[in-house]
Design a protein around this ligand. Structure first.
Ligand SMILES: NC(=O)c1ccc[n+]([C@@H]2O[C@H](COP(=O)([O-])OP(=O)(O)OC[C@H]3O[C@@H](n4cnc5c(N)ncnc54)[C@H](OP(=O)(O)O)[C@@H]3O)[C@@H](O)[C@H]2O)c1
Length: 340
């Protein structure tokens, strides 16, 4: 494993990084750096990784107010630009947290101020459930004001997201943690349709139906936990969870290419067509290098397609709104939005 001095290693030419074309014609680098330190990495460490990642060629950064580090990440973004990388060559995403669905414009302005930016490339509604819970709370905790998905309410939030585009504060708006039935309603009612949907995607959770739906509707899939989030907190683990980096197929392919299994996950993601946003403070260069060279073969891609285990790692239990529900209720497993 490499270490935090990765930023000093030979850079990868940003022009070599595959790009995704959004429906607006804008392009987004097909791999980004995640910035959620999963509670065990300090904001300063994430901010250092952002600077180091830019030095080795990253141009896409996935941020969120709830990650608690936008001021520190913003200082790095400012330093990166002071160092000569132009704003228009960066892609910065941020997200509206769940207790701010009625405060979209002010929340976006706060993220912009913290990130020291005049505009965001992409602003996402982080979860489709308006709900407050303290960061780091146990998955069994329930909020007294938890609410189900209600289309009318989501659209009130979405109208404000659209206003952000009109105001020039954000270039694109998007969704996260959505399902096919919810997205169908948003596509029906939106004036400005989502440009991207951020969703959990890794070899053990490939979400083929949702993936196909977003691609067919011109929405870019951005894949979170692309490595299977090996550093996620204990509270986000259940005994059924599996680790894609330990899958014999991934391990075999990694040995063949002489790379870490995590990098196989990144290669697979980029070649499949999603935009992975791996978090890393120690291995970010290896992940970017994985996205640009030595592609997986067609046979390797088929082998990985066959190891999907439908294993959702980020289940979202804290968003449940009724006693006796299980986390599946959040994900509209039967193809219908779970009734209130
Ligand atoms: N929209 C949402 O609701 C949502 C939810 C979850 C996450 N996200 C976003 O997605 C990002 C990624 O998800 P994640 O952080 O949960 O999981 P992840 O990217 O799947 O895994 C990150 C972990 O993998 C390790 N790692 C990364 N590259 C590696 C390599 N080449 N070799 C060995 N180990 C490697 C990292 O350790 P080192 O630091 O030691 O390299 C870190 O512990 C987040 O940071 C966040 O930006 C969004």
């Amino acid at each position: 494993m490499s270490n935090a001095s990765e930023g000093q290693l030979a850079p990868i030419d940003p022009a070599a990084i595959p790009q995704r074309k959004l429906y607006t014609g804008a392009t987004m680098p097909a791999v980004g750096l995640g910035t959620f330190g999963s509670d065990h990495v300090t904001p300063a460490q994430v901010a250092d990784a952002v600077k180091g990642a830019a030095a080795v060629g990253y141009r896409h950064f996935d941020c969120a107010s709830v990650y608690g580090n936008e001021p520190e990440v913003g200082a790095s973004l400012e330093a990166i630009q002071a160092g000569g990388i132009k704003r228009e060559d960066l892609w910065v995403t941020s997200k509206l947290w769940n207790d701010k669905h009625n405060d979209v414009i002010a929340s976006c302005r706060k993220s912009l101020a913290d990130l020291r930016l005049k505009y965001l490339d992409l602003y996402l509604v982080h979860w489709p459930f308006p709900n407050f819970h303290p960061p780091g709370c146990d998955v069994s905790s329930r909020s007294a004001d938890a609410q189900p998905y209600i289309q009318e309410n989501y659209m009130k939030t979405w109208r404000k997201m659209e206003e952000l585009v009109d105001m020039g504060l954000v270039r694109h708006i998007g969704t996260s943690n959505m399902t096919v039935p919810k997205l169908k309603l948003v596509l029906r009612d939106a004036r400005i349709k989502p440009a991207a949907n951020e969703m959990e995607l890794h070899p053990h959770f490939q979400q083929p139906e949702l993936f196909k739906f977003v691609v067919e509707n011109g929405i870019q899939p951005i894949g979170y936990c692309p490595i299977g989030s090996p550093g996620r907190p204990e509270r986000d683990r259940t005994p059924e969870d599996t680790a894609p980096t330990e899958d014999p197929v991934i391990v075999k392919i990694a040995r063949r290419h002489g790379i870490h299994p995590a990098v196989v996950c990144i290669k697979w993601a980029v070649q499949r067509g999603q935009t992975p946003i791996p978090f890393s403070i120690h291995n970010y260069r290896a992940n970017l290098a994985g996205a640009v060279g030595d592609p997986l073969t067609g046979e390797e891609m088929r082998e990985i397609a066959a190891i999907d285990r439908n294993c959702r790692l980020i289940k979202g239990q804290v968003f449940l709104w009724k006693d006796g529900q299980t986390w599946e209720a959040l994900w509209d497993i039967d193809g219908e939005i779970t009734p209130p």
